[in-house]
Design a protein around this ligand. Sequence first.
Ligand SMILES: [Zn+2]
Length: 183
Amino acid sequence: MHEYKGIPILRNSRRKTIGIYVSGNGNFEVRCPVGCPDAEIVRFVNSQNAWIERHRQNRITESERLSVDELKRLGEESLREIAPRVRYFAERMQVRVRKVTFKVMKSRWGSCSSDGNISLNILLMLAPVKVRDAIVVHELSHRIYMNHSRDFYALCEKHFPEYRECEKWLHIHSREILSRVYQ
Ligand SMILES: [Zn+2]
């Protein structure tokens, strides 16, 4: 047996145990001792279904990864599309903002410092328009509450009634979007 469920089986005389790995090109491979019986490989691979599924979901292909040019374009678009939304909501919410910076962030969509500097992730351009607005309102609400209290969320919802729905969307899709830049 050279493969099972599309996963290549690599037999190696120096191996003592059986294991499954993600190879350098992002594909799975099973490594096992030379004399490992097929039935044992089948049993082993089937016992790893949950692990395989988890890694399959995390894995992104080269074509999904954003190039430098694409990131540059998203940066330009976010200045054009999101910056005016910050001004719009800041005025409606009557909060003052010092500086708005757009950048690629690894694990968050935005941040707001206590002195009023707001950072927003340019990858928001890959999210629906209302989700971008929700994040803008979130960061602006930090101009009033520097926490994630009940009052804070009430304020978010007051200025953006679809806020909860957007948070749910991000909860589901964040990892998939953020992983287009970082593995
Ligand atoms: Zn926050």
